[in-house]
Design a protein around this ligand. Structure first.
Ligand SMILES: C[S@@+](CC[C@H](N)C(=O)[O-])C[C@H]1O[C@@H](n2cnc3c(N)ncnc32)[C@H](O)[C@@H]1O
Ligand code: SF4
Ligand code: SF4
Length: 280
């Protein structure tokens, strides 16, 4: 089962930014480097780890993170980092070719900075430029609301002209059905100037662009969160265990959950709050 070779780790929820439409609570727990390294090592003893995806919060605020990434790379593990791209610690990572930096850019400068704060667009674009020069793999995640939907063509042209060919995955702003049901990531944030997409707009976006969750779903993997709980996917809300459980127990719980799920979603009643749109 390929998916078992990929771990998702969210060591913290704290962040250096306060984006107006961020849906995550900035709770206090922070996993130490030792905790996550021990977890990866224990996992590796039972099942080969090929890729680790790091998310938060903002992982580049963690003093240990580049050291941790270098250690994973030395073990032959490919690392993906989802980041806002405003903290440049690129020079501290030793193996750019083993790292994919997924930087969040929400559209053109005015709009991006309205959400993320003045000056942050230039920082994130500068981060991407430098990362490309240093031969990191790079990608963009971009939140879509009604206000930047019409900008997408211009945005893609800007990215292409400025950075060259760069893969963009669009994240429709988490719908209210998601925020109402998720017990932790449930902040609504500002609506004024950042309206949720209508169902028709969502459907068109999903049909015409690369979006998250992916069209065929299947976006589950063992996911360790900052409070030590482990879920069956990065948006999970029903834990399958904790960081202290045996790896075999976690893998069995994960498989059991997959057996009882359907439609390629580990939480079929939820589907990131998009069930009715996804037509299951
Ligand atoms: C919670 S952030 C953590 C990583 C990092 N701080 C960042 O901004 O990239 C993970 C992803 O969620 C996206 N995101 C934040 N709020 C969102 C929302 N309300 N709807 C959809 N995606 C959102 C971010 O843009 C980012 O790509
Ligand atoms: S979207 Fe990312 S950068 Fe913005 S507040 Fe949320 S966690 Fe921080
Ligand atoms: S809830 Fe379903 S659609 Fe959303 S990330 Fe998890 S597996 Fe994917």
């Amino acid at each position: 089962m390929n998916v078992l070779h990929h771990l998702y780790i969210n060591p913290l929820e704290k962040c250096n930014l306060h984006c107006r439409i961020c849906y995550t609570r900035k709770t206090s727990p922070i996993l130490t480097e030792k905790q996550i390294l021990d977890f990866v090592d224990r996992y590796q003893e039972e099942c080969e780890v090929q890729t680790v995806t790091l998310c938060g919060g903002e992982v580049f605020t963690l003093p240990y993170i580049t050291h941790f990434i270098n250690i994973l790379n030395q073990k032959g593990i490919f690392v993906q980092v989802i980041t806002n791209g405003t903290i440049d610690r690129l020079d501290n990572m030793e193996r750019p070719n083993f790292i994919n930096l997924i930087v969040s850019v929400d559209g053109l400068e005015d709009y991006h900075d309205k959400n993320r704060g003045e000056g942050n667009f230039q920082k994130s674009i500068g981060f991407l430029k430098k990362a490309k020069q240093l031969c990191f793999h790079t990608e963009i995640f971009s939140i879509v609301t009604r206000q930047n939907l019409a900008q997408i063509d211009k945005f893609e042209k800007f990215i292409n002209d400025t950075l060259g060919k760069t893969d963009i995955t669009y994240h429709p702003r988490k719908p209210l059905d998601y925020l109402r049901r998720h017990p932790i990531s449930n902040i609504q944030g500002d609506i004024n100037g950042f309206d949720f997409l209508t169902d028709d707009e969502l459907i068109t976006l999903i049909k015409t662009k690369k979006t998250f969750p992916p069209k065929e779903l299947g976006c589950y993997q063992i996911s360790l969160m900052s409070d030590g709980k482990i879920y069956g996917c990065c948006e999970g809300f029903e834990p399958i265990g904790t960081i202290d459980d045996t790896i075999n127990h976690l893998i069995e719980s994960f498989k059991k959950k997959l057996q009882t799920s359907c439609c390629n979603c580990i939480q079929p009643d939820f589907m990131c709050g998009m069930k009715k749109i996804l037509n299951y």
